[in-house]
Design a protein around this ligand. Structure first.
Ligand SMILES: [Zn+2]
Length: 262
């Protein structure tokens, strides 16, 4: 299997894995979505809420705020020595106290751990009008995406087969395909039409319709996949990909162990 990184930012990555199968590509995708644990607010104690919003709705909103997660520091509650009761190794507490008129943002949540804070500090939680009050404490813990969507560290990651675009000898360089293609796949080089950017192809086939001579052939490489991954800020893009791969490896090792025991 080969890996080629096309783009690697803090929260977004684009890469190609080739010489592999759709099953493996999908395993990586599902692992990113459902298997990598992430911090999210799971319990909210509301002491005072005279805002226009119900307590439950407010708690739901807070649960969806992405929180920066350091998996070296925290463990899943069910795997913690406290046996699920909640301790400093498996949960973080936030306090929030605000009085209107103001907009309450994620940055107003005061954390018990200065590193485990909301990934963005400008996420609006609720607008308080004159005299309205909000006082609460919230508890965040690690969880997995398969348990609840708030624990998904990525905006759904996607992949597609690597497109293969070919131009054969019948081409008379009429440039119709260059004009028709909305994604800039073709270009003109020294008067000849060439395939410039095949990875941009979305298989819309407008170029096939534009070409009267049938000089263009579109296909896919079924053993190579272009992945696009975007995190919600709880992890860096690089960490989420490596953790997903680790999770697939651990599962395969577990299966191997079971098989060998027979
Ligand atoms: Zn604990």
């Amino acid at each position: 299997m080969k890996l080629e990184i096309l783009e690697l930012g803090n929260r977004k990555a684009k890469f190609i894995i080739s010489e592999t199968t759709p099953a493996f590509a999908n395993a990586i995708r599902r692992s990113m979505l459902a298997d990598v644990p992430k911090m999210a607010i799971d319990y909210v104690d509301i002491y005072d809420n005279t805002s226009v919003m119900f307590d439950e709705m407010l708690a739901h909103r807070m649960g969806l705020i992405p929180i920066r997660t350091n998996l070296e520091m925290y463990r899943l509650r069910e795997e913690c020595d406290c046996k699920g009761e909640g301790c400093a190794l498996c949960q973080v507490t936030y306090t929030l106290s605000a009085e209107g008129p103001c907009m309450v943002h994620s940055r107003d949540m005061k954390s018990s751990d200065p590193e485990t804070v909301p990934a963005d500090d400008n996420i609006p939680i609720i607008e308080l009008k004159d005299g309205q009050k909000l006082v609460l404490t919230a508890v965040a813990r690690l969880g997995r995406g398969k348990e609840h969507a708030k624990f998904q560290p990525v905006c759904p990651p996607g992949y597609k087969y690597v497109p293969v675009v070919e131009i054969n000898d019948k081409c008379d360089s009429c440039k119709q395909c260059v004009e028709q293609c909305p994604r800039g796949v073709f270009a003109v080089d020294k008067g000849k039409v060439v395939v410039d950017n095949p990875l941009n192809c979305s298989m819309c086939e407008l170029c096939l319709e534009a070409c009267d001579l049938g000089a263009i052939k579109l296909s896919t490489d079924n053993s190579a996949f272009i992945f696009t991954v975007e995190t919600d800020g709880s992890f860096s893009a690089q960490e989420i990909i490596t953790r997903a791969a680790d999770s697939v490896r651990a599962k395969a090792a577990g299966l191997n162990e079971v098989l060998e025991s027979f």
